[in-house]
Design a binder for this molecule. Structure first.
Ligand code: ADP
Ligand code: MG
Length: 475
């Protein structure tokens, strides 16, 4: 029996800011434990929270991009529980009056438009991080108080493809607005994945399973597919009572999910409004000012690439998929580079290089200026297109600039007509059979002969030029 999957996501993302959301502790990635901390983060007695305005701005910006209703007042609530990573004994979050409710976002799923409904988005603080060793555990308070935005969707996604398309869309917004880098390698994202299944003709949702803290898009996809299969297998074999409301975790070694606790063990958080942060009015002027400062997002940049730079829909889509690629492309353009050529180098060679080595664009030696130089060398016919590909590889291997590579490896196009003609003569005299075949009607032999000239010139002859000279000599 085929089941329909229902998925709802709770997507946590660390917000980029100078200081933490409720203290003056620094918010920056730091390998040395307990170096970015303040008395507030450590919950020393008598300390009070100070709300970070830039985090409030970013929260309101995200809320408005997601078409959420923004409340009249900003306020925070305490979520009470005990855990060693939570020195205050409660987490400051927004429970009663989140910064955004009832929103939606339209996404593209394999070419089809889908509207995803947003239940709410709220601003909160992260907890410290715990590291567990063989017989001891350590606490690092660097993460305590790091601002988080949590986005909760309605249960309206129906496949792993839809969930990932939604998350990629949201990540793109975070990156283009500078709200967050959304970098899973830096541990900036975590997602609680809720999955249930129902028969096609059922009117009520099935029992939901929540998989906590899945921290990469690849793992989220595996989690969803694994849960759909696990729940479907149980139901199709009649074991309905084994699909229970429970919290599970994802195990990345096996790609499966494992039971953590049942709903009966659920904690009552005794939420109440934080008395130490006076609620304040979110004025319409403040909201308008924030809305007016939203920069061009991926969709808008894509339109520009198509309409002003004549790029194909596909190419433009590849460039805007990640903000840093789009920025890199635009920097090439700022040097006057031909957009189509810049796009070709980036989408074919540069991205392949990044994927192959799992490096980031900042680590790669080739800067936008060098792409422009390379394109210019080809456009001014200093080097052939074929050799340009070689220059690209040498740039990566030897970390030297294009013009130096051309000099070092003597790659400049041969302009000397006599030299090319003598190469053509040599090829004709060394390839009697091919020449005869050509005269007997095998015209494709021409390409072979020109190829031999190119080879002799080490790729430095202009192929059109060589072809022209070859035709004349063969007559
Ligand atoms: P809780 O507060 O217990 O986490 P919520 O009702 O707030 O529960 O839902 C949390 C998440 O679970 C939301 O993302 C929501 O979309 C999702 N969800 C709720 N019901 C279902 C369901 N039947 N199947 C899948 N996801 C669900
Ligand atoms: Mg939940």
């Amino acid at each position: 029996m085929a089941y329909k999957a229902v998925i709802g996501l709770e997507f946590h993302c660390e917000v980029d800011s100078l200081t933490k959301v409720f203290s003056r502790g620094r918010n920056s990635y730091n390998k040395t434990p307990n170096s970015n901390i303040s008395a507030v983060d450590m919950a020393f007695p008598g300390t009070l929270p100070i709300l970070n305005k830039s985090c409030v701005r970013k929260a309101i910006m995200m809320s408005s991009i997601l078409n959420c209703k923004i409340p009249d007042y900003m306020e925070f609530d305490r979520k009470n529980y005990f855990y060693p990573d939570l020195p205050k004994g409660y987490q400051l979050t927004q429970f009663f009056n989140p910064v955004g409710v009832d929103g939606y976002v339209d996404i593209d799923v394999n070419g089809i438009n889908k509207r995803v409904f947003v239940h709410d988005i709220h601003l909160e603080e992260d907890a410290a991080s715990l590291d567990h060793y063989y017989n001891t555990s350590t606490i690092d308070y660097n993460r305590a108080g790091v601002p988080l935005l949590e986005l909760v969707t309605e249960p309206c996604l129906n496949s792993a493809d839809e969930a990932i398309a939604f998350l990629e869309h949201v990540r793109s917004i975070y990156q283009y607005t500078d709200i967050s880098e959304c970098d899973s390698k830096k541990g900036q994202i975590r997602c609680d994945v809720n999955v249930s299944i129902m028969a096609e003709d059922d009117t009520e949702f099935g029992t939901r399973v929540e998989v906590k803290n899945v921290n990469s898009f690849a793992s989220i996809r595996e989690t969803i597919n694994y849960e759909i299969k696990r729940q479907s297998d149980l139901k199709s074999s009649g074991r309905y009572d084994e699909v229970v409301q429970e919290t599970r975790r994802y195990d990345d070694e096996t790609g499966t999910t494992i039971h953590m606790r049942s709903k009966a063990d659920a904690v009552d958080y005794k939420y109440f409004t934080e008395p130490n942060i006076p609620r304040f009015k979110i004025s319409s002027e403040f909201v308008d000012e924030i809305k007016n400062s939203i920069p061009a997002l991926a969709g808008e940049r894509k339109e520009i690439y198509i309409n002003s730079y004549n790029l194909s829909e596909y190419d433009a889509g590849v460039l805007v998929k990640e903000r840093y690629i789009a920025d890199y492309f635009e920097e090439c353009i700022s040097y006057g580079c031909n957009p189509k050529s810049a796009c070709n180098w980036i989408t074919t060679r540069l991205l392949a290089e990044l994927n192959k080595n799992e490096t980031t664009i900042d680590d790669i030696f080739i800067r936008p200026k060098m792409i422009n130089d390379l394109v210019n060398l080809v456009e001014t016919k200093k080097i052939s297109t074929d050799l340009a590909k070689k220059v690209f590889s040498v740039m990566i291997e030897e970390k030297i600039e294009p013009s130096e590579i051309v000099k070092k490896y003597n790659m400049e196009v041969i302009e000397d007509d006599n030299l090319i003609e003598s190469l053509v003569d040599e090829v004709i005299s060394e390839n009697k059979q091919a020449v005869d075949d050509y005269h007997n009607g095998r015209t494709n032999m021409l390409d072979y002969l020109v190829g031999q000239v190119m080879k002799k010139s080490k790729g430095k002859a202009n192929p059109l030029d060589a072809k022209e000279k070859m035709i004349i000599k063969l007559q």
